[in-house]
Design a protein around this ligand. Structure first.
Ligand SMILES: NC(=O)c1ccc[n+]([C@@H]2O[C@H](COP(=O)([O-])OP(=O)(O)OC[C@H]3O[C@@H](n4cnc5c(N)ncnc54)[C@H](OP(=O)(O)O)[C@@H]3O)[C@@H](O)[C@H]2O)c1
Length: 230
């Protein structure tokens, strides 16, 4: 049966590579992004996949848009939900120069939005469906030897806590959840000096997702399948 996959932040970077990957596998993809009418790469992809790719507008800072997404998903259950969209916030801020301003937006998009997204779509998840939340090694306490990046690190640590609770709460519905670190990836967020390209990252993460089951649910995985310490 055709897999139905929903991806947020699908217009560029890792999200766009996920779209390419699952379309190539023959899945039906619901690609969510803020401005579908300006998402050139996705619009081009839709031309070559007119029956399997749908574009849906979703600004994760506007939770009121989730009801329209649920109406779009309707009665056809999802097999895979990838909460990918994220923001880093201003880079290179030293301790002493922090301001409150970007904190709310970062927490809204990286923490609250994945929870509200999964909550809204819970009735639309097929038994045996999988949920992948894009986290980051920067949210790991164990891995933090370099300090800094206070807001981003805090947001990814928080989404790990959310993913862990979701794994417990969705298990009775036979839904497994993974927190994923995509590697340091060449995207707008990762920058040009990053170590791997989006295809390598998505190839690895899709393998982790393929192997995800209820026993493996609620863990924090690197894109190469290794678990990461909280
Ligand atoms: N790249 C890395 O090295 C790296 C490492 C660890 C973790 N990650 C995580 O991997 C995920 C994808 O990162 P990326 O490297 O692909 O980042 P990216 O190239 O900066 O892309 C971010 C995506 O998130 C979307 N987004 C941001 N705010 C949004 C909002 N309010 N509503 C809807 N969409 C929103 C962006 O949409 P717009 O185009 O509309 O802005 C874009 O599609 C993120 O969660 C990130 O934290 C990345």
């Amino acid at each position: 049966m055709t897999q139905r996959v929903l991806i947020t932040g699908a217009n560029r970077g890792i999200g766009l590579a996920f779209c390419h990957h699952y379309l190539a596998q023959g899945a039906e993809v619901i690609a969510c992004c803020r401005q579908p009418e300006q998402a050139e790469a996705l619009l081009a992809l839709a031309e070559s996949h007119p029956h399997t790719l749908s574009l849906v507008g979703l600004d994760l800072a506007k939770p009121e848009q989730l009801s329209a997404l649920c109406a779009f998903v309707q009665d056809q259950p999802l097999d895979l939900l990838i909460s990918n969209a994220g923001v880093y916030g201003p880079k290179g801020i030293a301790l002493g120069d922090y301001q409150a301003a970007p904190f709310d937006e970062i927490m809204q998009v990286n923490v609250l939005a994945p929870l509200l997204l999964v909550q809204a779509l819970q009735p639309h998840l097929a038994p045996g469906a999988k949920v992948a939340l894009l986290s980051s090694k920067m949210g790991s306490m164990t891995d933090n030897g370099s300090g800094g990046a206070y807001f981003y690190r805090a947001s990814k640590a928080a989404v790990n806590a959310i993913g862990r609770s979701l794994a417990v709460d969705l298990a009775p519905q036979q839904v497994a959840v993974a927190l994923l670190h995509p590697g340091w990836v060449k995207t707008e967020m990762g920058g040009a000096h990053a170590l791997i390209d989006t295809d390598t990252s998505v190839q690895g993460m899709s393998q982790v997702i393929a192997e995800l089951n209820l026993e493996r649910s609620g863990q924090f995985y690197n894109y190469d399948g290794q678990t990461i310490g909280w």
